[in-house]
Design a protein around this ligand. Structure first.
Ligand SMILES: [Zn+2]
Length: 429
């Protein structure tokens, strides 16, 4: 009887409050349509769209990128969201509206950039991705290089010593497909043990050339991904594991699938169907994809898997593989050098040449890779912080909540929650 009473009270409460979700759905639909419209004029704007065709705008040809027209539309829609939020009582709806509003903020910044109006690197990353990455001086990188120097002591320059070690673990081109598919299969198996992944999910793997990036996941909707790997440079063992996890399981492929299933299919959140590349969603995407490698292969699992499965499959000797992965950990400490170069080159305080030299000296890049990195930086700009700072934010968030290496169950659980909800970078802090 008491239960019925509570139920009745709850029903009454529902009836007295107007249902405001349809109004929010309508605004969310406008957000999707506007994103698709901008995407017609900026080829990198929309990373994925799997919503209804009816939302796609008619093709309009402009003489120049219509920055002001787009900004006007974005501001007007932002005002509508603000109006909605100020009068809304339901915390779930407010959270959803805030999420879309942050994404719209990124729309505006990207439109300004494409329209030729750029801001300071940190201002840009705050507007696009909701965070400003930490700054590091050369002393920070010098300290890490000293550690590497001690670890890889011997003849020749440090770069040469590292390259000698690394060259042992380059996958022969004719074995790439087999070895990569084995890495993906293992990461997939490990992910399947923790998440109910849709039966009909699948991906295809392609090798490409002449791209600014080294790998890309093009999500097609309906639990399908096209994974492209750039073979302009030799591919080493760690990249293979990276592709298996970062691009695939539990990285981009799984993130997109979980969003599609949990938010789009089950809750009908239309905004999920569009993934604007230059937006806070990308910080979560890249950060979780990078951290996903540790989720799938915690501790020394990566080394064991490389030693027992991948290297034999590639026909490579396993001698020195532990040393190589440990050296990579130390090289990883130089990762933020890429952000410093991006900040310098884009703010105009560093020339391209200085950027290349900095990457070689403090980031441990080869001259060819440093050049590719500058090209990547110019195309993707402050997006570069999503990989390292994004990973650190995700890692700290998951591990501070108990998802540490010695509690893998909890780690998978927290990670799955992160990949299945509308989370903003600020929520990770
Ligand atoms: Zn990625």
């Amino acid at each position: 009887m008491k239960n019925i009473l509570i139920l009745l009270m709850a029903l009454t409460a529902c009836q007295t409050q107007p249902n405001t979700k349809p109004a929010l759905d309508k605004l969310a639909t406008e957000y999707v349509k506007l994103g698709l419209e901008i995407g017609q004029q900026d080829a990198d704007f929309v990373d994925a769209y799997y919503g209804p065709d009816s939302l796609k705008p008619e093709v309009v040809e402009y003489e120049a990128f219509p920055k002001d027209e787009f900004l006007e539309k974005i501001i007007s829609l932002q005002n509508s969201f603000e109006g909605y939020i100020s009068s809304e009582k339901d915390s779930i709806n407010i959270k959803r509206a805030n999420y879309i509003s942050a994404q719209l903020n990124a729309y505006a910044e990207r439109v300004r950039i494409v329209g030729g109006e750029t801001s300071d690197f940190d201002v840009e990353s705050m507007a696009l991705f909701g965070v400003e990455a930490p700054h590091y001086d050369t002393a920070h990188f010098e300290k890490a290089i000293e550690k590497l120097e001690v670890f890889l002591h011997g003849e020749g320059t440090l770069q040469e010593r590292f390259q000698n070690l690394a060259s042992r673990f380059v996958i022969p081109v004719e074995k790439l497909d087999t070895v990569m598919k084995a890495a993906i299969a293992e990461a997939r198996k490990r992910t399947h043990e923790h998440y109910p992944i849709p039966e009909n999910e699948n991906f295809s793997l392609e090798f490409v050339n002449d791209k600014a990036w080294s790998g890309y996941n093009w999500y097609q909707g309906n639990f399908t991904s096209l994974i492209q790997i750039n073979t302009d440079f030799p591919i080493s063992i760690e990249r293979v594991i990276d592709v298996g996890s970062h691009e695939s399981y539990p990285g981009h492929h799984v993130f997109n699938m979980l969003l599609e299933e949990n938010l789009y299919n089950k809750q009908g959140l239309i905004e999920t169907s569009i993934y604007p590349l230059f937006s806070p969603q990308s910080l979560i995407a890249e950060g979780s994809a990078n951290y996903g490698i540790d989720v799938a292969f915690p501790g020394t699992d990566k080394i064991t898997f490389a030693k027992e499965v991948l290297l034999p499959l590639a026909g490579l000797d396993t001698t020195g593989i532990t040393k190589y992965f440990n050296a990579l950990e130390l090289v990883g400490e130089l990762n933020y050098a890429g952000n410093e170069v991006a900040r310098g080159v884009l703010n105009g305080t560093m020339t391209d040449r200085e950027g290349i030299d900095y990457l070689i000296k403090y980031g441990f890049y080869s001259p060819e890779k440093a050049k590719q990195r500058i090209a990547f930086t110019k195309k993707y700009r402050s997006y570069v912080i999503n990989y390292n700072y994004g990973k650190d934010l995700v890692k700290n968030y998951i591990e501070s909540k108990g998802g540490t290496a010695d509690n893998p169950q909890k780690r998978w659980e927290l990670f799955g929650e992160l990949l299945s909800n509308q989370v903003l970078p600020v929520d990770l802090k």
